[in-house]
Design a protein. Structure first.
Lengths: 300, 370
């Protein structure tokens, strides 16, 4: 599909079509939230278990609008330096050393040394300085991992989309980025941050939706096998594992089963491929003790 | 079409009414959010009930529980509260109400009598906790801070600017000395940052712990005040989170509200169940490894020992450290006799015998010397 060059969605269905063309099945709540986010110009906060496709939303949005995706992965101890800008000190010093041998340059040294050439744009500044023609997609991933101080700083940035670099001046966004925040909910986020965002909880997909995802992402798979996989995965998620399998695991498993050329899921097959779905030894043991037949037959 | 371009007055009134109801249901509704709700209506097909609901919801909620609550408010508003739809789930049942299923002992027939007995003992009365509050006890703030410092911090890999730091911060030093023509006169230094840790306090308030109530209350209040991002839960046969209650401005208000909320105070003990709910609740998958769990209990348990062992193993993986404070340990007759305690012990990082502020203080001092 040709990219959407207006960077606007005309309707909720339009969102769904656009996402589908990128092989992402967006259900109504997600599509509606994306529509509102683009109309109101508000950031979106997506929460959900690991592996339900939160990050993917931003990637899809970027490719729908054919605009860059600027990603900021959060972690504990993240600070303004690493997210906004840094001066390229090594180059500055090199420049100073070179200027020392040149009378003319020495006079203007201070002016030249603090200009754009020596500024390293970090994600937030990059998003603000994005010239267009369409807004960049700014993905702030796993914001719950960052410190609360960073959240406060983010708040400031999200409200006026401008950044001041003392030596140069203030950069204001000519084209404010579309912001997507994701959180795994390891802690509650600040109320003030939440208030600025549209909120959506993304759940694991229903079996029907998951089957559709498999069919789109794993070309060549039989629809009966896709159906069976979706149902097994749905049942597996009811079990209280340490780490429940996400959609990525579904797709890996589908790929594996397709590669093995199987037509239906059997207990032996599940035993052989359990490592694709579950990543902890205890979880695999758990599944084994419940019995693969039960999971396949739907008696969990 | 024209009618749809601008929401008609009746839908506006309805929307406003829904926002008000949502606010009454303790959803985080603010003026700004309501304005955004109305802005949203202009860009959706609000004749479609689902779209209308979703547009309101995405603007008015802040977390998943809010979503579920909003759906209920919305449903009740249009269909009346009596018309229960099975799609609507109660709000986080396991953490809020902690409903104990009497007789549900997962196939362990032999435990049945015990469990029923203890289920029956679960007291449902308003509790006067004020009587158990010792006004004269010395404040615990200091000792809790020391405890937290010892247990709940660790040096981070990241560094922070500090004049007395050990390492030289080259980047900052260069920057600072640009004005001296790059003669390094004034060095900037860094030290390792201290990582903050979240504390989850799980306190046993069953009958066998009654004697230590003044100490428990003091510890819970002190910890919550000293470490703002910690969370406190109490358990006996059920599990209740009381973090919000501990933030009330006066001690008496706090005690009153805890008494009114925690119906199972002085009940039986089911440690395994409480741990299970904690593991599935706030320590769920993805819980950061910087969490320290502090359990205060005598370890006397009427639940299933295997379950305790299993849940301790799960918890071990989800938190950085498990600290067990056992008030009974101070008694001369104490031995690890309580079956629950025995099962849990292998997974505990620090086992602290403490029964009042004084013993806790001594303990923290000893701990600091290790």
């Amino acid at each position: 599909m040709t990219p959407n060059l207006t960077a606007e969605f005309t309707s909720v269905d339009d969102v769904q079509t656009a996402f589908a063309s990128e092989n992402y099945i967006a259900d109504r709540p997600l599509a509606l939230t994306m529509k509102l986010a683009s109309d109101l110009g508000k950031p979106v906060l997506l929460e959900g278990e690991a592996g339900v496709g939160k990050t993917e939303v931003a990637k899809v949005l970027a490719s729908v609008f054919a605009t860059p995706l600027i990603r900021l992965q959060c972690y504990e101890g993240l600070d303004a330096n690493t997210t906004l800008y840094e001066w390229n000190y090594a180059r500055q010093i090199l420049h100073i050393r070179m200027a020392e041998h040149d009378e003319d340059k020495r006079a203007t040294l201070e002016k030249t040394i603090f200009n754009d050439e020596f500024l390293l744009n970090r994600p937030l500044l990059e998003a603000i300085r994005h010239p267009g023609p369409r807004p960049a997609i700014l993905l702030i991933d796993e914001v719950d991992r960052a410190d609360e101080e960073f959240e406060a700083f983010l708040l400031e940035m999200l409200s006026d989309y401008q950044v001041t670099v003392p030596e140069i001046g203030t950069f204001s966004a000519t084209m404010p980025p579309r912001v997507i925040l994701t959180s795994n909910r390891t802690r509650e986020l600040n109320d003030a941050l939440k208030r600025r965002c549209l909120y959506l909880w993304i759940d694991y997909p229903s079996p029907a939706k998951e089957r559709e995802i498999i069919a789109r992402r794993v070309p060549g798979i039989e629809s009966s096998l896709a159906q069976a996989i979706a149902e097994v995965m749905h049942r597996l998620r009811q079990i209280d594992f340490y780490k429940r399998p996400g959609i990525a695991e579904t797709l890996d498993w589908s790929q594996a089963l397709l590669g093995l050329g199987v037509e239906e899921i059997t207990a032996d097959l599940m035993d052989d491929t359990a490592g694709v779905i579950l990543k902890y030894h205890d979880d695999i043991e758990r599944l084994r003790s419940i019995g693969y037949d039960h999971v396949i037959a739907g008696e969990v | 079409m024209e009618a749809r371009d601008r929401p008609s007055s009746s839908i506006m009134e309805r929307t406003l009414e829904l926002c008000r109801l949502a606010k009454d249901a303790k959803l985080p509704v603010t003026q700004g959010r309501v304005i955004d709700v109305f802005r949203s209506l202009e860009s959706i097909d609000w004749l479609n009930e689902d779209d209308f609901r979703l547009a309101l919801r995405t603007n008015l909620v802040g977390n998943r529980e809010d979503e579920i609550r909003f759906d209920r408010v919305f449903h009740d508003y249009w269909y009346g509260p009596g018309q229960d739809n099975e799609d609507y789930k109660p709000w986080r049942p396991e953490l809020i109400r902690g409903e104990k299923q009497h007789g549900d002992v997962r196939g362990h027939e032999e435990m049945l009598t015990d469990s029923e007995q203890f289920g029956a003992e679960e007291v449902s009365r308003e509790l006067n906790l004020t009587a158990r509050w010792d006004e004269s006890a010395p404040p615990l703030d200091q000792v809790i801070r020391a405890l937290a410092k010892r247990l709940a911090t660790r040096p981070s890999r990241r560094r922070q600017h500090a004049p007395n730091g050990r390492k030289i911060d080259l980047r900052r030093s260069v920057r600072r000395n640009l004005r001296h023509g790059m003669d390094m006169l004034d060095l900037a230094r860094v030290k390792r940052r201290t990582r903050k840790t979240r504390i989850v306090l799980l306190s046993d308030v069953s009958g066998s712990m009654d004697a230590f109530n003044p100490f428990l209350l003091q510890l819970m209040l002190g910890l919550q005040q000293a470490l703002k991002n910690s969370r406190t839960l109490v358990f006996s046969t059920q599990l209740t989170e009381i973090t919000a209650l501990l933030r009330r401005s006066s001690v008496h208000q706090t005690l009153g509200e805890i008494g009114a909320t925690v119906q199972h105070w002085s009940g039986g003990t089911d440690i395994g169940n409480a741990l299970a709910k904690l593991n599935r609740g706030i320590l769920r998958e993805g819980s950061s490894r910087s969490t320290v769990a502090i359990i205060i209990s005598d370890g006397y348990d009427n639940g299933i020992t295997e379950q305790i062992e299993h849940e301790m193993r799960v918890m071990r993986r989800r938190v950085r450290k498990i600290v067990w404070i056992n008030p009974m340990y101070g008694a001369t007759t104490f031995e690890v006799r309580a079956t629950g305690m025995k099962a849990a012990l292998p997974f505990v990082d620090h086992f602290l015998p403490a029964f009042n502020a004084k013993s806790l203080k001594i303990l923290v001092r000893e701990l600091a010397q290790i």
